[in-house]
Write a protein that binds this ligand. Structure first.
Ligand SMILES: [Fe+2]
Ligand SMILES: [Fe+2]
Length: 158
């Protein structure tokens, strides 16, 4: 990180990098699960469910990329070993349900994951507000997309 960037960040940058890395791990775990469910989902009208899952998976992958960029800007490194994602994440792997056409179980898995993500980014936004404008802005951007993901799946519940 450049010297001016360090000077203007009014918080513990090492601690912030740890928080961002935990969120980075969450994103890859969510990406893998949503992507996997998009591939294997079956049953009536599965194309729509697959499309929704694929869309949010792609956005989680973008979030991982945006977090990696910010971690590097702050002078850190994103986690390199995928075997260590789960133990460094905020939450366990949001494992896909056994039934590939159990829409209620799929929706619940996604909604639990998105609720966790909303909580993580809400806390990060509060922590960086007025202290690190660049991370705050990124956090709010990701938060708004996680809110949309939750809404999208909540709307599928009858
Ligand atoms: Fe995300
Ligand atoms: Fe999400």
């Amino acid at each position: 990180m450049g010297k001016t960037a360090i000077k203007i960040a009014d918080l513990d940058v090492k601690d912030l990098i740890k928080d961002l890395n935990r969120a980075y791990c969450d994103e890859w775990l969510a990406y893998y699960s949503w992507w996997y469910m998009a591939k294997v989902v079956g049953g009536m009208g599965y194309e729509d469910m697959s499309e929704f899952l694929g869309k949010i998976a792609k956005e989680e992958e973008e979030h991982a990329g945006e977090l990696a960029d910010r971690i590097i800007e702050l002078g850190g490194m994103p986690l390199s070993n995928p075997m260590e994602l789960e133990k460094n994440a905020n939450a366990p792997y949001p494992a896909p349900p056994k039934g590939a056409s159990d829409y209620n179980a799929i929706i619940k898995t996604v909604m639990d994951g998105e609720a966790g993500a909303i909580d993580v980014y809400n806390k990060l936004a509060a922590k960086t507000f007025g202290k690190d404008h660049a991370t705050y802005q990124l956090t709010c951007h990701i938060l708004s997309e996680e809110i949309k993901h939750e809404e999208m799946f909540q709307n599928l519940l009858e």
